[in-house]
Write a protein that binds this ligand. Structure first.
Ligand code: DX5
Ligand code: ZN
Length: 216
């Protein structure tokens, strides 16, 4: 099975966003990964609802929205209306994760949970049958262009074991520092999908890199 490739728009040229989306539409990318940051859960502020609505109008690919915000449960409907197909909330930001996951599914979106690098994957044991996707952060969230944390490979294998044992259908997506050099190891460890920002958008030929990642 070829990996799912989700380019992260955070590294795109914001002066040229519609061309970047057109490029992704033509490419072998599977999803478009959208990083929403609130300046509280993470130190950085990125983009929000009006930008996602505009992207929805021209994107032919499903929108994979990664909420790095506190109290994400307040915005589930809003992100659905903006056009998200998948909505991922952070484990560390949810007091009632089980309820939040159920609410995301009620809105007919795929429900994801993201884990910071220090959060034990074993904490997912009691929710793994309810989620559609687990986003393993392989950097500390907040910025594009950081270095992949090697320990993440072990975390991906641990999570794969939990998924198999619980007969869950959850996909494993890996986010942060993914490139053409390390994707093979990431897939071998058990990932189904990868996010890539800088590796794609800072390359001379973005479409080529997407195809290379897809062939990992
Ligand atoms: C980090 C974001 C990532 C980031 C990935 O907080 O969640 O999606 O944009 O960018 P790269 O691939 O450059 O690490
Ligand atoms: Zn992300």
């Amino acid at each position: 099975m070829k990996p799912i490739i989700a380019p992260s728009l955070l590294s795109a040229d914001f002066n040229n966003l519609s061309n970047e989306i057109e490029m992704l539409n033509k490419s072998n990318a599977d999803w478009i990964h959208l990083d929403v940051m609130d300046g509280v859960f993470v130190p950085n502020i990125s983009f929000g609802i009006p930008v996602i609505k505009s992207i929805r109008e021209i994107s032919k690919k499903p929108l994979d929205t990664h909420l790095m915000i506190v109290q994400p449960e307040r915005y589930i409907k809003t992100f659905k209306e903006a056009g998200s197909d998948m909505l991922t909330v952070h484990w560390e930001a949810c007091t009632h994760l089980h309820r939040t996951i159920a609410q995301i599914k009620e809105e007919d979106m795929l429900a994801g949970v993201a884990l910071n690098p220090h959060t034990p994957v074993s904490g997912l044991e009691d929710i793994i049958q309810d989620v559609d996707l687990v986003l393993i952060m392989s950097v500390n969230p907040g910025f594009g262009g950081q270095k992949f944390i090697p320990r993440s490979l072990h975390r991906i294998s641990q999570l794969r074991e939990i998924i198999e044992r619980n007969k869950s259908n959850a996909l494993i997506e890996v986010d942060g520092g993914v490139n053409t050099d390390n994707i093979a190891d990431i897939i071998r460890a058990g990932a189904d999908a990868v996010v890539a920002g800088n590796a794609i958008f800072k390359a001379e030929n973005c479409e080529d890199i997407i195809t290379q990642l897809k062939q990992a």
